[in-house]
Design a protein around this ligand. Structure first.
Ligand SMILES: Nc1ncnc2c1ncn2[C@@H]1O[C@H](COP(=O)(O)OP(=O)(O)OP(=O)(O)O)[C@@H](O)[C@H]1O
Ligand SMILES: [Mg+2]
Length: 281
């Protein structure tokens, strides 16, 4: 099993969207996938529960961190949901090592059943963030193309305690940065200039995507269908039209063409990431 932490220290950049849709995509590629929600906001948990396409564990990440995890249900896509009290872990420094060890033990125990584990993280540098990065094989960092977020990449890499390089040095030399994944990308000149700046300042951090696209990097455009799929807890490519009036008897609603178009744009990026996660050593 390969484990990827979808993490940045910035909020609202699409970590949860990327985690959930990557989970759907990997499961769709026949890779048994485990999704862990480390965030006390429960955004991934609530979304996935709404869609009903995931097998949900009868315990939460709180029990995992406390070493009290139970049996996972069968399924191609299985989720361990978050818990509001996850935020309290930070205030128990005497238990921090035990939390990290418990996560590592849990993943070691289930690693025979899954091909990939995707961890959706909370947006603050804390013990959960450290536990995720200490345990993961890969780090994937969604970013927004604004100046503040670009400046934040230096923190992601070089933060004195939680930066990628420090984590590799102190906690997890195995950790590999898949790259940064620009999200909420608009085709404006301002964003194009920011992307250019990103390429110049952080060469090699973008994820190459083999396609004829001018960017040649993984990125996710801003699309209403993305937010709608996330709200519905379904794969973007399976988003159906909202029923107008009473639901038609028998027969599924038609697929949303805007969602299909959005998925066509986004799929090469997700598949480039999936290929790295599914790579044989
Ligand atoms: N490419 C996109 N196009 C349109 N909406 C998007 C896109 N990416 C994310 N969103 C929406 O933006 C909001 C924030 O995204 P998301 O919850 O995935 O971010 P996050 O990084 O997990 O946030 P947090 O740090 O609070 O956990 C959500 O409502 C999501 O549906
Ligand atoms: Mg989130």
């Amino acid at each position: 099993m390969k484990t990827v932490a979808v993490a940045t220290q910035k909020g609202g950049v699409g970590k949860t969207f990327v985690s959930c849709q990557l989970g759907f995509r990997l499961a769709g590629l026949a890779a048994p996938t485990l999704l862990l929600d480390l965030d006390q906001q429960l955004n991934a948990s609530d979304s996935m529960a709404r869609g009903g396409l995931v097998a949900c564990a009868p315990f939460t990440m709180l029990e995992v961190f406390e070493g009290r995890a139970g049996e996972l249900p069968p399924g191609q896509l299985v989720m361990v949901p978050g818990h509001p009290d996850l935020a309290a872990m930070e205030r128990q420094p005497q238990r921090h090592n035990a939390f990290v060890n418990a996560l590592q033990r849990f993943l070691a125990e289930v690693s025979g059943r899954f091909r990939v584990c995707v961890m959706d993280t909370n947006p603050s540098p804390d013990v959960r963030y450290a536990a995720a990065l200490a345990t993961a094989d890969f780090l994937l960092a969604p970013v927004q193309l604004n100046q503040e977020a670009i400046d934040g990449i230096a923190t992601l890499l070089h933060h004195g305690r939680y930066g990628y390089h420090k984590i590799r040095q102190v906690l997890n030399p195995r950790l590999e940065l898949i790259g940064i994944l620009p999200n909420l990308v608009e085709g404006t000149p301002f964003q194009r200039a920011n992307l250019q700046q990103l390429v110049l300042q952080h060469p090699g951090l973008l994820i190459p995507v083999p396609r004829g696209d001018v960017m040649g990097y993984a990125y996710i455009p801003t699309r209403t269908a993305v937010a709608e799929a996330q709200a519905a807890g379904v794969p973007l490519w399976q988003l159906r039209q909202r029923p107008a009036g009473p639901q038609p008897a028998g027969g599924a609603l038609p697929l949303r063409s805007a969602a299909r178009d959005a998925w066509r744009e986004i799929k090469p990026s997700f598949d480039a990431i999936a290929a790295i996660l599914l790579r044989e050593d």
